[in-house]
Structure formats: C-alpha cells, structure tokens
Write a protein that binds this ligand. Structure first.
Ligand SMILES: C[S@@+](CC[C@H](N)C(=O)[O-])C[C@H]1O[C@@H](n2cnc3c(N)ncnc32)[C@H](O)[C@@H]1O
Length: 398
C-alpha cells in the first residue's frame, strides 16, 4: 500500500491515516511517499513498516549522527533545524487547542544546536559502551554523541581507559569544559587518573556515591550567578537555553515580590528571582541539591532566600506564609493534586510554570483554570533534535 506521511505525532513518529485509523510508520518524515506493510493492527492504531521509499520528502536533510534511528535520541535530526522548531511549536499549540487553551508562544531557538548537552548517561555491558535503544534493553554501541558537549565526547573515549566492564557511567560537564565522571558498578576499578587528566579537565570521579578522585560537584556561571551542583543534583542540561529561561523568569520578577519556588533544584530560579525580589523560598527533595542551593545563595551574596528540604507535596501543606508569585518547575509527571490545591489556597497573583512535558503542563493548567488563565507562553528549544520541548506558561488570576 502506498501512502504519504501526513505529519509527526507528538513523539516525532511519522503518521498517516488508513481508513481513519492512525498508522505509525517508523523512519519516515512528513511528506515522504512510501510503500508500507502493516505489521501490527490494534483496535485504535496500526504499526507499519516501510517497504520502499517512493519519494523522499523535501523536508529531509542528511542526518549528522552515525547512530541516527538506532539510539532513538534525536528523532528530528533528518529534518532541518527550522522545520524541527516549526513542528515543536505547532504540536504544543495544537495540544493546547485540543484542550480549549489558546496560546501564541514566543519561541526561543538554540543557537548551538549540536554539542549542547552537559550530561549523558551511558551503559557499559561486557566492556561495550552505549545507550539503551529507547524502550528496550538493546545496547546501541556508540563512541560519540553529537548533541553532547565536546568534553563529554572526550569522556566517552576515556571509559575504556577507566577499565569498567559492567555498569552505568554518567558524564557531566560545564561551560568551562570540565568533566565529572559518575560511575555505578560492582567492578573493582583501579583508575589511572593521570592518564585521564592528560586528556581532559577532570574535576572528579564518583563511584557508587563516593568520591574516588577530586570533587563530587561542578560549578556553572550563568546570568552573572555562580551555581554549584553536586553529582546527583539536577542542573538544566542546556546552558545556552537555561540562560534564556533565567532571563524570562527574571522579567516577571519585581522588587516587592514574595516568591515560592517549588521543585527548586540547586536554587537556580530562586536565585534569579532573589536578585530582584523581596523574599524567596525554595522547596526541593534532593538533600545535596538543597545543600548546594544554600551554598549558592551565600556565594552569590543573596540573603533573602531560604530553602526547604522536603517533598513538595508534604512541604506545601505546612507553609503558612503568603506569596504573590509561585514558580513551579516539576519533573515530567507535573504537579500533584495536593500541590495544585495548595497553590490555589495560597492564591498568588501569578504562577510561572516551567515544564519539560507540555502534556502534564496542560493537565495542570486545566486543574488551575477555575482561578487562573494563561497570560504568556514560551517554547524553548532546550532539547534540540529530540521531540522534547521546554515550555513556560505564565498564569494570572482571571
Ligand atoms: C526540572 S527540575 C527543576 C530544578 C530547578 N528549577 C532548575 O531549573 O534547575 C525538577 C526538580 O524537582 C525536584 N523534585 C522532584 N520531585 C520532587 C518532589 N516530590 N518534591 C520536591 N522536589 C522534587 C528534582 O530533584 C529536581 O531538582
């Protein structure tokens, strides 16, 4: 059967419709004309396989990554960057529209759309290094990652020198091109530190949560603030777009603001806000992140900010102070019902919702919609060439 791929779904998979039934066709891009075979038929959808490409879409470009279509990370690498941005913008707007929410987002693109990632997680199995193929435990062997920073790429080459046979290796870097190596493994390792140091600016090696060499943290300087983050703390994976994100947050902060920053990590958004606001309180569940956040407040000379170590759902019910603005930047799962209800009780004038999953963002906005409406929206290309999008919605009381 010959079909034309209509569009991508929200996860960057080519789709067409056969008798009105959505049909996923892996390895295609919109406007490809392909001959397909339906491999699996389900009640609501089909999965098909390309037998022959009859006409390639004009949107196609040659992907740069040798592991494209294998590791599953950068599904949008075979269309040009501008097209990938249009797709991301459209899918977010359409999903909002489907839920009766209208947005006209400002889109922030990524000027460094390769070598931007400051963190990758690798798997090592029987001395072989790679990524797990998405949703499987098939190891895709790699020796470089085109979206990871240059120093991380050097780090990938060093894993063999470390002598790890089986385990997980996380590589983290900063704009200063320093490298932190985090290993989880049962192997007995005897690492030649000098050899590694001769090749990269090594800050530290952490094995099974213990320092093996050097330090267990990195520093990053962004927007005139210095941030320390420990090996197990969250830090935005794209420093260029993080900086834009911080600028946007800052533009909504005034001198009289009393701000609650829920899911605050090492205090990035809290400190950006504290530079302008009267008072900020951050809530975070990871102990090292809160230790980092307190340290970060100190080294940046900000004494109008406090951090609470707790599960947001528990902490928020105990807070009995008033806030005129609330910032939330939750993990993909979004806000819990308790957090949503507590925010409604606090009833800030504005909620600044930073989200790495617009599906849960929309769900939560709908749950807040009896009091709040969208004032502004932003889409940031934090995760270039993957289907993921960072979205900010600023909500105001209607
Ligand atoms: C997307 S990150 C945002 C961090 C920070 N706003 C930033 O920009 O660096 C989400 C943060 O929420 C924290 N977190 C996850 N679950 C949590 C919970 N139940 N309560 C509080 N914090 C939580 C994570 O540890 C992480 O630091």
């Amino acid at each position: 059967m010959v079909v034309e791929i209509e569009k991508y779904d929200d996860f960057g998979r080519g789709i067409c419709f056969i008798n009105n039934k959505i049909t996923f066709v892996p390895n295609t891009v919109p406007k490809d004309k392909v001959s397909i075979k339906i491999e699996k038929e389900y009640k609501n959808y089909n999965i098909a396989r390309v037998i022959k490409y009859i006409k390639y879409s004009k949107l196609r470009v040659k992907e740069k990554c040798p592991y494209f279509n294998k590791c599953g990370g950068c599904v949008l690498q075979n269309i040009d960057y501008e097209t990938s941005i249009l797709y991301k913008k459209e899918k977010v707007i359409n999903f909002f529209k489907k839920n009766k929410l209208n947005i006209n987002p400002i889109v922030i693109t990524n000027p460094n759309n390769y070598n931007y990632r400051n963190k990758i997680n690798l798997k090592v199995i029987n001395n072989q290094i790679g990524y797990y193929e998405e949703k499987t435990h098939n190891l895709i062997l790699i020796d470089s990652c085109i979206i990871a920073s240059k120093v991380i790429n050097k780090g990938i080459g060093l894993i063999k020198d470390i002598g790890i046979k089986n385990g997980n290796v996380t590589l983290r870097s900063n704009l200063n091109e320093e490298l932190l190596i985090i290993i989880n493994s049962n192997d007995k390792l005897d690492i030649d530190i000098e050899k590694i140091k001769s090749k990269v600016k090594l800050v530290g090696i952490v094995i099974n949560d213990k320092i093996y060499y050097g330090e267990d943290f990195l520093f990053e300087r962004l927007n005139n603030l210095l941030f320390k983050y420990s090996y197990d703390s969250f830090f935005q994976i794209n420093p260029y777009i993080a900086s834009k994100l911080f600028e946007i947050i800052s533009s909504y902060i005034n001198r009289e603001d009393e701000i609650l920053d829920i899911y605050c990590g090492v205090g990035t958004l809290s400190l950006i806000a504290a530079k302008k606001a009267k008072r900020v309180i951050g809530i975070e569940i990871i102990e090292n992140a809160v230790i980092n956040a307190n340290f970060n407040a100190k080294i940046n000379g900000l004494n109008n900010v406090n951090f609470l170590l707790n599960d947001a759902t528990k902490a928020i019910t105990k807070i009995n102070r008033s806030f005129n603005k609330v910032i939330v930047d939750p993990p993909r799962a979004g806000l819990t019902k308790t957090v949503i209800e507590a925010i409604k009780e606090i009833k800030p004038k504005k909620i600044i919702y930073v989200s790495c999953d617009f599906h849960t963002l929309v769900r939560d906005i709908l749950l807040l919609s009896d009091i709040y409406e969208i004032e502004d929206a932003y889409i940031l290309d934090m995760f270039s060439y993957s289907y993921h999008v960072e979205t900010i919605c600023v909500l105001k009381i209607h």
